[in-house]
Design a protein around this ligand. Sequence first.
Ligand code: C2E
Ligand code: CA
Ligand code: CA
Length: 776
Amino acid sequence: MESQGRRALPGTVLASAAIAAFAVVVFAVNFGGPRGLLLLWLPASLSTIIPVVLAVRLAMEDRLARPARIFWGHLAGCAGLVGVGAALNTMDAIGHGAPTQAMSPVTLGAYGAAVVVLLIGMFRLPLGTSGRGDRIRVVLDAGTVLLAAAVFMWQYQFRPMLQDDATQATSLLGLGAIIVVEMLIVFAIAKVALSGFAYVAPLALRMFALGLLVGAMSGMLQRFVSDHVHLNTAQVTIPLVMICATVAAEAQRRERPGRAQRRRTRKKSFSVLPYLAVVAVLVLLVAVSWAYPDLRPAVLAAAALTALVVWRQITAFRENADLVARLDHSSTHDALTGLPNRALFHQRLADALAADQPVSIALIDLDDFKTVNDTLGHGAGDALLTTVAARLRDSVREGDTVARLGGDEFVVLLAGITPAEAELLARRMIASLAEPVLADGHELLVRASIGLADGGGATRSGSGELKAGAAARSGAGVLKAGVVGVAAESGSEDGGELLRRADIAMYAAKHGGGSNVQRYSSGMAGAVADTASLGAQLRDAIAGGGLRLAFQPIMSVDGTRMRGAEALVRWQHPQRGLLAPAEFIPVAERTGLIVPLGEWVLRAACDQLAAWTADLGPLAPARISVNVSARQLSEAGFATRVADILATAGVPARRLTLEISEAVPAGPLEELRRMGVRIALDDFGTGRSSLALLHELPIDQLKLHGSLLHGDMPAAVLALAAAAGLDVVAEGVETAEQAATLAALGYRAAQGFHLAHPMTATAVAELALRLPVPAA
Ligand code: C2E
Ligand code: CA
Ligand code: CA
C-alpha cells in the first residue's frame, strides 16, 4: 500500500524542490529591484505545507516507537508555526504600502514559538542509552561540544560587540538571547547526534541538522540584503529548510521497521564530535595567540600535547571498537564454518519478510552425519561440515544467506525468488553435495535432505500450494490445527513459522529415503503429529515422575574447589531411554510444557541443595544454578513462585542462580534480584546471548560459551565483565591447556568435561567429600 517503488524520488520531495527552486529564481530576479513582491513571498509559507502533512502522518504512525512519534509531532508543530510566521511576515513586508524588512512582534512571536517547539521536541527525544555509563558519556560529550561552541561565540560574536563602543545595552541583551538560543541548538544537535540515532532514521537526523544550519544562516545573511528593503533571506531559506524537512520525513517513512530496533541494541561507543570540538578550539587558540610571539612556544606545545592525547584516545577507542566488532561477529557467526548462525539467520529472515518480498527457505540436514562423527572422530566430522558449508555457499546466488543452525543442520535464505527457482537451487545443492568429500583422509559420500518452505510476498500473490500457507497464517489451515500452541498471527513470528514448515518438509524428505528435496505442504501434518505425541508423552513424564536431574559441578579453574552445581534435566523415556535436553526441550518450548517442566526442575534442584546441606553441612555445594527459559520468566507471578519454592525447600535466595540465554523481560529479573536470587547470562557469545543482552539485562554473572575459549576472546570477555562488575564462569572447558590458559588470565570459575561431567546427586556429594579444599 505505502511502498510504491523504494528507489524513485518521492513526489513530495520533488514538489518541495520545485517550490525552493522557484523561490531562488524569483529572489534572483528581484535582486536588481522589486518585480512581483507577492511571488517573492509566496513560496515561504507554501513550502511548509508538505512537511507539516508528512510530519503529522508520522506522528500518527503506530509502526513507530512512541518517542519517535512525539518527536515528529513537535516537528509538525514547528513547521506549522514557521508557515504562520512566514504568512504574517508577508503581511508585515508588503501589507503597508512601501515594502519593509521590519517584523511585527506577532511575527517574531510565531518564529520564536517555532524554535521553542523544536527545542522541546529535541530535548524530549530519549537518549536511547541503557547504562548509567552511557548516559554520563553522552552528557560529557555534549558538554564538550557546548563549551567549544561557547568559546567561538565569545570570540567572534560577543567580544567584538563589547569592544564596539557604539553598542548599546539593549542590543547586547538581544545578542545574549540569540547566544542562549544558539547554545541550546548546539546542545540539542550534539545530544541527538551522540545518542546514537536511537529512534529517528539517520538520514532524517542528518537532513534535520542541515535544515537547522540553513535556518541559522538566514539571520547572518540578512545583513547582505539590508539595503534591498523588499528582500528578506527568509524568502529563500524557509523553502530550503522545508526541503530538508520533507526529505527527513520521507526517510523516516521509508525506513524498514526492524532497523531502528537493531540500532537501539547496537550502541555506538565512540563519536568524533567531541574530538572535533577540541581540535577546533585548539586551532582557535593558536590563531588568536599568534599575535603574541613570546606566547607561541607554550601555545604550540599545549596544542601538540592535546593533539597527542586525542590521538592516543582515538587509537584506544579504535582497538576497543575492533574488539567489540569481533565479539559481535563471533556472536552472530558459527566458529567452525564461519557461516552466519541461527540468530543472524533469524534476523535476516525477519528483514526479508519485512521487505514484503517472496522468500523461500531451504533447510538442509545431512543424512547419517552422526555415524561419521562416531566412527571417524570429530576431526573428520568438522572437516565434513566445513566442506558442506563451502559447497552450499557455492551453489546459491550471491547475496543468499547460508547459515548453520547447529550440528549438521544448515539453512539457506532465498529472497526475491519464485518457488520453482528455489526448488532448482535446492536440487543444485543436493547435486553439489553428492560429489565425494575428502575429510581427514577419508573419502565420504554425503547425502542431504532438504525441506523447502515459501513465504513473504509470495504467499499473498502465489497460487496453489502457497495458498495453504496463507490459510495456515490466517488460522484456518491444517497446520495450525495440528500443532499444539503455535500461533502465527504477528509478522515477527512468520520467520519461526516458516522455519517450522521447512523443518516438517525436511523430515518428510528424510522419511522418503534421504538425498531428496521436499516442499512443505499442509498434508505433511503427520510429522507434526509426532511432535504432538511427543508433547503428550512429555506432559505425562512431568506429572508422573519421568524426569531426572543431572548436576554438573562448577569448579575453581584449578579443579580443587566446588563453587556450585548446575542442574541439567534428563527424561527417562519408557521406550527411547535417557533423553538429553536437546531432544525434548524444543518440544517443551513449542508446546508451552516448558513452564511446568521448568518449575519441576527448580523445585527438584532446590530440594537437592537442601538435602546436600543436611548431609554434608559446610562441604555441600554453595549454590545451585538452574536454567530458565524466556517463556517461564514471562509468566505472571514467576518471582513469587520462585520465592515459594525456596521457602518450601528452606534454601536462602542467595544460594540460587537462574541462568537465562535469550532476551527476557527485565521486570521479573529485577524482582528476583531484589529477593537475592542471582541471574546468569548463559552461553554468552553465541546466538541469542550476545553483547546486546549484556547491556540490556540486569545480571550478576556471565557464562562464556565453550566455543569462545580460543584466541584473545577469553581475555576480552573477562575485561568486559570486570568493567560491568560481573562474575564470569568459563563453560565447556575440555582440556587441561584450556584450564591453564584461563587460570593464567585470571578466571576463577569454570565448568566442563575436563573438571567434571554432569553426574548424579550422589556423585556430587562424593566429589565434595573428596576435594582437598572445602567448598567456598
Ligand atoms: P547449558 O545450560 O549450556 O548446559 C551445559 C551443557 O553443556 C550441558 O548439556 C552439559 O552436559 C554440556 N557440557 C558440559 N561440559 C561440557 C564440555 O566440556 N564440553 C561440551 N561440549 N559440553 C559440555 P545438556 O545437559 O545436554 O544440556 C543442554 C542444554 O539444555 C543446556 O545447555 C540448557 O540450555 C538446556 N537445559 C538443560 N536443562 C534445562 C532445564 O532444566 N531447563 C531449561 N529451560 N533448559 C535446560
Ligand atoms: Ca546453563
Ligand atoms: Ca551454557
